[in-house]
Every structure is written in C-alpha cells, then in structure tokens.
Ligand binder design. Structure first.
Ligand code: UQ1
Length: 444
C-alpha cells in the first residue's frame, strides 16, 4: 500500500489550483483510488465529470479523476464549418487544462486496460488507479489505415477530411482553390460520429464552387457504404431532394476501399463485392471508426467491441459500477455530441442513485441530433430517437425544412451552449426547451 501511494504521488497530473485563476501544470495525485474515475475528457466524459462535480455529494472534496492523454479539447461539430471555410480552426480548440472542473483531478495518461474485477484502471505507464465507479467515455479512433493506398495518395493528390484535426484545414484550402473537375465525398458503411457530416461538406463545397464560378466545370459525387442517405426517413427524403436540386450524384451502398495516388482514382466496393474506380481531382474522406481496442481486452465489450451497457441506464450489463456513454458505448443510436449530452444526464443521475444506494432507473431514450448544413445560412436540424426512429423536434416548425434560424442556432448558439453549459455540467440536452416550444413531441 505504501509503495502504491508513493508511486501514485510521483505521477504527473495537471490540476487546477483553487486559489488562483491560473492552472498549475504539475502536481501530485491525491490518492491511488477515486470514488469516480472518468476515462476520456471529450464531450461525454467532461460533461459527466462536471455534473458530478456540481453535486453536493462531491462538495469540498477531490473524488473525481479524469484520465485523458490529450492536451487539447476539440469541439468537433465545428469542423464542418472549418472545412467549409466559414469558421476558423482556432475557434474549435481549447486547452484541456482550462476545462477540467475544479472539483476533479486530471491524469494526463493513456489507459492500457481495465480490470473490472479488481476495479482498477491500468495505465500505459504501468501504474494502476482504483475506482468505486468508472465512466468509460474514450470516444472513437479513426481508422484511415483500412483504406488501401490512402497514406501515399494524401502526399500526392488533393485529399482532405473534416474528421481529422490536421486534414480539416486542408478541406478549406482545397475547396477554395478548386478550379473544376471531379470532387468526391465518401462515407463508410459502418457507424461513425456525426453520420451527416460526410454529406454536409458536399453541400458546402457545391456552394463554394458556384460562388467561385467553377460549378459548371465540376462533377460532384457522394459515395456512401450505407444503404440510405440518412437513417431517418423523414430527413432522408428532404436530403435526397437537396442533393438532387444541387446536382450532387448520390451513390448508395458504395464504400471507399482504396485510393490510387498515382492515377488519382478512388476505388469503391459495392455490396456484391464489385469494385469501381473513379477519377478525382478532390477527395473528401470519412474513414471507418472504432472504439479503442483495450475495451475488448478488458472484457467489458459486446461482440462489436463497444462497452456493453444497458441502452437505457448506461450501466454495464455485467459490472454495475461501470457506466459508459458516447461513441465507444454500445447504445444503438446515432453518435453525436447531442446524444452524449442526453446520455450524460442519465449517467450522472444513475451514478448518484448508486452511490446513495437507490435503484438505478433514469432512462435514456435514444435522443440524438444532427444539424445538417446544406449551405451558408441553411440547415436541416434533424432531431430524433435512434431507438424509435421517430423525430423529436425541439423547435415549433417542421425541422426537415432548410432553415436560417436552425443554421445560426448551430453556428453560433450551440457552440456557446457546449462550452459554457455542457462542458461545465449545466446541459444535458434540450428536453426542457422542447416541453415548452414543442409540447406535442415526446420521447425523452
Ligand atoms: C445539442 O444539445 C448539442 O449538444 C450540445 C449539440 O451538439 C453540438 C447539437 O448539435 C444539438 C443540435 C443539440 C440540441 C440543441 C438544441 C437547442 C436543439
């Protein structure tokens, strides 16, 4: 025990000093065990940690530990606007140190594995930290490597991706400089975060090409491995119309499997295994995504590698002290920050109930939202339950219609809600607003 404590105190953590507005960069861990350990300081993890930190149960003590090796937190929903040349990349990032709640410690370290029986998180540096409750929210890893030839082709040809912090600014640059030819936009056939984003950038690109006078020299193709343009029929119908009216050629059931940099060709595979090569001058890639492999290695995964939780309570099906939310969780809904927000409220309520010895019964109903930008000042605000497939719209109009109000809500109001409310533990989705603005919508 002594040696464990001694080694724990040697670990480097960044923690905020309660006595000043600046952030101490290095301090020591308070303990080798925390009441709640949260893995991942993304939208879901930070939101849960901040809500717990505001709860009286955690008043005046440091009993929450966030574990994340990142130095920077990104508001990834902004990256569509960054790639479209509408917002600066800088607006999407903040130092993670500035977002850690003062009631929590932050361990800037990678997780190697969890031992759910011993209730310990093994860290990449070989050390371990104990927990009473564990929140698993590490998000998705991008799998660019599963596309053959992509790495080489990125060096030789104009390829970008709004899903990557380094490639998103390339999207803006290449679209601005595009002088005609073929622009292709891809989406894989497996779950990704923000499943609308691969087509949003096609709409923004089409508008940029028109404004730059090169649209009539340009062919635009959207290729998706999915069988539909969008999972929910109501929005799929509206988006199919948008794509048609903008002259975007939509190809369903076609997944990007290879890029040939030497000949500037993208190779798409159909469900029957047939492959087709298409020449491109610009290629926007959405890679496959997967939960971190240590989830499987820790025996807390479902067969697909996601943390195996109840889709209602967010509690692990086998280990009641483990909860999970966000992209790496098994909850079968569309993976978005809006979903993580709704899941965070339920997770916090249930952890508090568990600590207090009460039944864990708060239930997530699958709420998620996808703000589908269709141009500057135009947006289809999809809001629905991924569990029922039914719309759950907050605003008092038909949200399948392109709207300027929904655009400015998404470009300017929701980022404020995210930084100032969600990450500070004061937002778990728009359900309260919906009750007032659209009382006949039901669901969460
Ligand atoms: C939302 O709550 C949320 O999380 C902060 C988002 O993530 C960025 C969203 O995109 C949306 C649309 C919501 C829902 C909020 C409203 C006001 C409809």
């Amino acid at each position: 025990m002594r040696s464990l404590l001694a080694s724990a105190s040697k670990r480097i953590v960044a923690t905020r000093s309660p006595f000043s507005k600046t952030y101490a960069t290095v301090s020591s861990l308070q303990a080798d065990k925390y009441k709640v350990v949260v893995i991942g300081a993304g939208a879901g993890g930070l939101s849960v940690a901040s809500q717990l930190a505001r709860h009286p149960l955690f008043e005046n003590k440091k009993d929450i530990l966030l574990v994340d090796p990142a130095s920077t937190h990104y508001y990834q929903p902004l990256w569509t606007f960054v790639g479209g040349g509408i917002k600066s990349f800088d607006e999407s990032q903040r130092p993670l140190s500035s977002l850690i709640p003062s009631q929590a410690d932050w361990l800037k370290e990678r997780v190697a594995k969890i031992d759910p029986t011993a209730k310990k998180v093994q860290l990449a540096d070989g050390q371990a930290i104990g927990y009473d409750y564990l929140v698993v929210a590490p998000g998705f890893a991008l799998d660019f490597d599963s596309i053959r030839g992509l790495k080489d082709a990125i060096q030789r040809t104009k390829i970008a991706s709004n899903y990557d912090k380094d490639l998103v600014t390339k999207t803006a640059e290449y679209l601005k400089d595009f002088r005609g030819g073929t622009a292709l936009f891809t989406q894989p056939g497996s779950p990704i975060k923000c499943a609308g984003a691969p087509q949003k950038i096609a709409y923004l690109a089409e508008e940029i090409f028109r404004n730059n006078g090169v649209r009539d020299k340009t062919k635009i193709g959207f290729y998706t491995g999915m069988g539909k343009i969008f999972a929910i029929d109501k929005y799929a119908r509206a988006l199919t119309e948008v794509a048609k009216s903008r002259g975007i050629d939509v190809n369903l059931g076609r997944e990007l499997v290879e890029v040939k940099g030497e000949t500037s060709e993208a190779v798409f595979r159909a469900a029957d295994g047939k492959e087709e090569a298409v020449k491109y001058d610009f290629l926007h890639v959405t890679p496959r995504m997967k939960p971190p492999t240590w989830i499987k290695e820790s025996n807390i995964a479902n067969p697909d590698g996601y943390v195996n939780v109840s889709k209602e309570t967010t509690q692990h099906v086998e280990y009641p002290e483990i909860f999970a939310l966000g992209d790496a969780s098994s909850m079968p809904t569309s993976k978005t920050a809006a979903a993580a927000a709704a899941q965070s409220g339920v997770t916090v309520q249930n952890i508090v109930s568990a600590i207090e010895g009460k039944p864990v019964e708060a239930a997530y109903q699958g709420y998620t939202s996808c703000p589908l930008v269709t141009g500057k000042g135009k947006l289809i605000l999809a809001e629905f339950s991924g569990y029922t497939g039914q719309p759950l719209e907050t605003l008092p109009y038909d949200q399948a219609e392109e709207s300027a109000v929904a655009y400015y809500l998404t470009s300017d109001v929701i980022p404020y809600i995210y930084w100032e409310w969600m990450l500070k533990g004061k937002w778990s989705g728009p359900a309260q607003f919906r009750k007032v603005l659209n009382p006949t919508a039901r669901g969460d």
